[in-house]
Design a protein around this ligand. Sequence first.
Ligand code: IDP
Ligand code: MG
Length: 151
Amino acid sequence: MSSELSYIMIKPDGVQRGLVGEIIARFEKRGFKLVALKLASPTEEHLGKHYADLKDKPFFPKLVKWMASAGPVVCMAWQGKDVVKTGRVMLGATNPLASAPGTIRGDYALDMGRNVCHGSDSVENALKEIALWFPEGLAQYTLAAEPNVYE
Ligand code: IDP
Ligand code: MG
C-alpha cells in the first residue's frame, strides 16, 4: 500500500452541522486507511501555524478566529494511493459554489468561510500538518481490507 498521507480536518462548521460521520464515511469507503483521529479545540496561534502560508491574506484573521471559536474540529490523517490529490478532489474547490456536486463542499457548503473541511494541498504540506496536529504520532496497523482495495 502507498505510504502517502494527507491531513484532513473537519472544520467547526462541519462538526456543528453533523457532517463528521458523512465525511469519515467517504474516505473510508474510498479505500483509504485512517491512521489518526481526534477532536481538538485549537488556539488562534496553532491555527496560525497551520495556515502560515495565508498569513498575509485579508481573510486570515477572520479565518483563524472562526476556527478557534466556533467549536471543535476533527483532525484526521488518512493514508493510501494518491490520497493528497484524491482527497482534494473529494473535497471540491475552495469556493463551494465552484465545487461539483458529489464533492464534500459541492454537496454541503455555499460560502468560502464555511466550506466544511480542510485537505492538504501537497505531500510535503501533509507531512508538516500531520506533525503539527499529531505530535503523538500515528496508529500502526494493517488494514485488513488492503488486498481488496489494491491489486
Ligand atoms: P483550501 O482550503 O481549499 O486549501 P486555502 O486557499 O488553503 O483553500 O484557504 C484556506 C481556507 O481559507 C479555505 O478553505 C477557506 O475556508 C478560507 N478562504 C480561502 N480563500 C478565501 C477568501 O477569498 N475569502 C474567505 N475565505 C477564504
Ligand atoms: Mg489550503
